[in-house]
Ligand binder design. Structure first.
Ligand code: SF4
Length: 232
């Protein structure tokens, strides 16, 4: 079974048939579009800002001079930069993979079961803050923050992680808290149990080669839609 990322697992949860087409048969290839290009640019700028880069005059605009986000939001992010000056540990753009024992392994290691990219992690002694920058309006999935925290745990073990989706265009934040009574993969935390259940279902799907089409809210965007009798 391939290593799962938050997006691959979410795809399986929504529709196993789409998961198979995208990640096993690879008949759907995502080549990017203007929105993903913009998203990448904004993530790069956020990374620079959190690392303490000075703001250039065009910092809040793209190459064409269009505004990326408002001054209010920039002010908020500058506060993150100031945490670094106060000695708080800040990590940007971390990529972490873990194996079934919850140990860190190489990103491409075959034993990796989960891997995730973490936009920003702030180590605040009493808790860890996991921050994901969102461009566009699509709501973030708490499953992503959970996998982020599980991958961070071996490097920065915490009992509590606070996860934040920061919607840059709307200057809006969604948050959730994750509590781990023990190492996350062995945790009895309800969200972890649910995630383990999905990983087991996925393993069974691979073993039985059974990936049923399951109608969901994203059917209207699905590349398989025209040939799918199960679509909503
Ligand atoms: S149209 Fe909907 S049900 Fe059909 S494969 Fe796509 S996501 Fe699954």
């Amino acid at each position: 079974m391939m290593t799962q990322s938050p997006s691959s697992l979410k795809t399986f949860i929504n529709c196993p048939a789409l998961y198979k087409a995208r990640y096993i048969d690879k008949i759907i290839k995502f080549t990017g579009n203007a929105a993903t290009e913009r998203g990448e640019l904004i993530h790069k700028r956020m990374e620079e800002l959190c690392l303490g880069s000075a703001l250039s005059p065009d910092w809040g605009t793209n190459g064409d001079g269009a505004k990326l986000y408002g001054q209010n939001f920039i002010n908020e992010v500058l506060k993150i930069g100031s945490l670094r000056e106060k000695g708080v540990k800040i990590y940007v753009e971390r990529q972490i993979a873990i194996n079934a024992k919850g140990e860190i392994v190489d990103w491409w290691d075959k034993s990796a079961i989960l891997r995730s990219r973490i936009d920003l992690f702030i180590d605040m002694e009493y808790a860890g803050a996991v921050i994901d920058w969102k461009t566009g309006r699509t709501p973030g999935d708490p499953l992503q923050l959970l996998i982020n925290a599980m991958c961070l745990y071996p490097l920065n073990p915490k009992t509590r992680y606070d996860g934040y989706f920061v919607y840059l265009d709307q200057a809006k934040v969604d948050s959730s808290t994750m509590i781990f009574d023990t190492a996350p993969l062995n945790s009895e935390n309800g969200k972890v149990l649910e995630l383990r259940l999905w990983l087991e279902k996925l393993e069974r799907a691979y073993a039985e080669n059974t990936f049923p089409a399951t109608a969901n809210n994203d059917c209207r965007w699905c590349d398989l839609r025209s040939n799918c009798d199960s679509r909503s």
